[in-house]
Write a protein that binds this ligand. Structure first.
Ligand code: SF4
Length: 749
């Protein structure tokens, strides 16, 4: 590593691959070159092409440099930080005092690479008494969390490196990754004649091209495909009888329904040859080690929760858990998943899963005269005006709030609606980390040190929350000084002095800020202070896993060792080492068994088996998949359209026969209409699509002050998918949106 190369991580997907960034340019603030960091314990030198474009994020023209306050005429004016903190804390505390903290809603807290803001925001929320929150996870994953919690009491990941049969369900890891070194793993699976790669996707994706079996079903019919697959397993007795008898409760209730499934009919509903489904079932049933992964292709489509249930049933009935090449429960530093709480949302009584309100009801919870409606909102490192369903209505909801405060590094669509915009440091201008740590048996964590000082008046979120909490709570030297004195003696004395704080009901909720103010870390890693508290919790809960990774001792000793390792290893650290033999004990159900006897799910399976997919609305003969991941789409944190080398406007993909029917060719524009809105979009004719199915990429439609004539100053490049989606189109159980199945009409423009 040269002196110009700095270890950090890519922030464009949940893998957060370790990278070495070569810094340079006239002000030394450019990421000139990026390559995979071989010292990173999870990615081991792997990085895809997207990471090379990160300079478009760090040097975006729409980065904020000063706090902004909205004027009476609707424009923004710059204000200093003292004024911003004073006015924001006064306005939010006024809402709390008049209506209770429940009226202050929090959204966001981080994206795929920045989870520390969420950790610090807990102190601000505590100071405001704000209990309701949500994030993009409630757009995508809460159905899977809810089902996993009910079936297994835990969430699982899979060991694709050692399986002999791999299944990706509504998932294109070539582009959306999620598993470490995804492309290497896919290619290895594909090349090995002794291993089988199965991809379920209505589109012939890059992953499907590599697959041994591509189940190219009709959009939205995954539930029928899985029901047929499971019915074959039962009919041909391909399931793992020994595992089921020892570790599964309630399999008989599901078997009873599966035995009544008309397999040929279910395959026909999915548009698949029965012979192919049977062959797939035999391969899965006969696998020595079966690994599977479901993602947004099914989690944002029809019958999403029941598909998650059937997927869990496939894992349980094939005994694909707790041995190499199958599924496991990782040790996590911060749990992001969980089940339903007893509380529901205050206005529409929507379920709260993993602590999150369903994204699709947020506008309903604001746009009403209900006394418990949300009246103020803090949005942090998120962009709900762009990323949530039915953007026009979401904008209306955000505009109607008493107070909207946005904490972000860029002028997003949501920031443009705010009363106050608090400029945050970019992810390379502070220490930052992700809690998407799901490796096994060696699990890893990476605290990235900052590469640059924040530009202008931007501040790390840790500093912003500390100032807000100090203004709201009067927190200050009386609490900080004794801790700073202890820190001057050493980390152990500091940790001992912290104990009373962590167990003090008045102060424990403010601990992130107290740690940030007193841990005395160097500037480049200062925002990592909260990790001492997190390491202590991990040592209390997972002491044996930490000890196997070299962090043995009492919880305090173990936490200090881990904290020091995190600070001293700039490419990441192995924080937990586990063993397959512990897996059954990791199931979170009281009896440590899988529970398939979920009456609500079984009832849906029974109903589906008796009927086919519902007929399409004649006004909208196409199914639009809104939000396809492509080579140059990621999350929306890179707003500069020039980061995309190809497909700058995000073409609508359509199959050759549909294009011919419309009389259009690649590059022509079409009018795309849904029940929510309409857009004109260029098309790409692609034989990867099937008739009646069109696909738009994710992440487009964000505004940017570009000089490029193609985009124009401040104009959005491409179509923002949520201008076309409806918030009412959602899963009936958990409220996750069905963005992958939007009824649409396509016409010549
Ligand atoms: S986009 Fe994902 S897989 Fe690609 S380099 Fe970034 S983190 Fe790694």
């Amino acid at each position: 590593m040269s002196s110009l190369e700095k270890p950090t991580a890519c922030i464009l997907c949940e893998c957060n691959c370790g990278i070495l960034a070569e810094l340079g340019g006239s002000d030394s603030r450019r990421l000139l070159k990026v390559m995979g960091d071989r010292a990173h314990p999870a990615s081991r030198g792997y990085a895809c092409e997207k990471a090379h474009r990160l300079d478009h994020y760090q040097n975006g023209r729409d980065l904020l440099t000063a706090p902004l306050r909205r004027r009476g005429d609707g424009t923004f004016e710059e204000i200093d930080w003292d004024t911003a903190i004073r006015e924001v804390s006064q306005r939010l505390s006024r809402v709390r005092d008049e209506h209770s903290g429940d009226a202050v809603f929090y959204y966001g807290g981080g994206g795929q690479g920045n989870h520390l803001p969420g950790a610090y925001s807990t102190a601000t929320r505590r100071a405001l008494g704000s209990r309701y929150r949500s994030s993009a996870l409630a757009q995508e994953k809460t159905g899977e969390f809810w089902i996993s919690d009910r079936v297994m009491g835990s969430s699982t990941r899979a060991d694709f490196e050692h399986c002999d049969v791999a299944l990706f369900l509504g998932k294109n890891p070539w582009q959306s990754h999620s598993i470490p070194r995804a492309r290497v793993t896919l290619k290895t699976l594909s090349k090995d004649p002794a291993r089988t790669l199965i991809v379920v996707d209505p589109r012939r994706t890059e992953s499907a091209e590599l697959a041994d079996i591509h189940l190219q079903l009709r959009p939205g019919t995954d539930a029928w495909m899985l029901t047929a697959l499971l019915a074959v397993l039962v009919e041909e007795e391909l399931f793992d009888q020994d595992f089921v008898s020892r570790h599964v409760v309630g399999a008989e209730s599901l078997f009873e329904v599966l035995k009544s499934v008309r397999i040929a009919e279910a395959c026909a509903h999915a548009g698949l040859p029965e012979s192919l489904v049977r062959r797939t079932a035999r391969l899965i049933g006969g696998a020595k080690a079966f690994s599977s992964f479901e993602d947004l292709g099914v989690q944002m489509s029809h019958h999403s929760t029941v598909v998650s249930y059937l997927h869990r049933a496939l894992i349980a009935l094939t005994g694909s858990f707790g041995k190499p090449g199958t599924h496991f429960v990782p040790t996590v530093l911060v749990p992001l998943t969980g089940g339903a709480s007893r509380r529901t949302s205050p206005v529409v009584s929507a379920p709260i899963i993993s602590g999150l309100i369903p994204c699709n009801v947020i506008a309903d919870e604001i746009l009403c005269d209900h006394p418990k409606r949300y009246r103020a909102m803090i949005v942090e490192a998120a962009n709900p005006a762009h990323s949530l369903a039915d953007s026009p209505r979401m904008r209306q909801a955000l505009r109607s709030l008493d107070t909207l405060v946005v904490i972000d590094c860029a002028m997003s669509e949501t920031a443009a609606l705010a009363d106050y915009v608090l400029p945050a440091a970019t992810q390379f201008e502070k220490a930052e980390a992700t809690f998407f740590n799901f490796e096994f048996p060696h699990n890893t964590f990476h605290l990235r040190q900052r590469l640059f000082a924040p530009e202008g008046a931007r501040l790390p979120e840790a500093e912003i929350h500390s100032r807000l909490v100090e203004a709201l709570e009067g927190l200050g030297e009386a609490v900080y000084k004794p801790l700073r004195d202890a820190r001057a003696i050493g980390l152990e004395a500091y940790a001992q002095a912290l104990m009373p704080v962590l167990f003090d009901p008045k102060l424990s909720g403010l601990a992130p800020v107290i740690l940030y103010r007193t841990a005395g870390l160097e500037e480049a890693q200062r925002e990592g202070a909260v990790l001492l508290g997190i390491a202590f919790k991990a040592a209390m809960e997972n002491g044996e896993s930490l000890a196997r990774a070299g962090f043995a001792g009492t919880p305090i000793e173990s936490a200090i060792k881990l904290f020091e390792a995190i600070l001293n290893q700039p490419s990441g650290v192995v924080f937990a080492v586990d063993d397959w033999s512990q897996m059954m004990a990791r199931l979170g159900t009281p009896d440590k068994k899988f529970h398939l006897d979920l009456p609500d799910m079984i009832e849906v399976v029974r109903d589906l088996a008796a009927q086919g997919p519902s007929a399409r609305d004649a006004r909208f003969p196409f199914v639009l998949s809104a939000g396809e991941r492509r080579s140059y789409t990621a999350n929306t944190i890179i707003r500069d359209p020039m980061w995309r080398k190809k497909d700058a406007q995000g073409a609508l993909r359509i199959c050759p026969s549909d294009a011919e029917g419309l009389g259009v060719v690649t590059g022509d524009s079409v009018a795309l209409t849904t029940s929510t809105g309409s857009a004109v979009v260029p098309i790409e004719v692609s034989d990867t699509m099937q008739p009646g199915h069109v696909s738009l990429p994710n992440g487009l439609g964000v505004s940017y002050p570009s000089d490029e004539p193609e985009f124009g100053s401040g104009k959005a490049a491409g179509v923002a998918p949520n201008e076309l989606t409806a918030s009412s189109s959602r899963d009936p159980f958990v409220g996750t949106p069905w963005h992958k199945h939007v009824p649409a009409r396509v016409e010549r423009a």
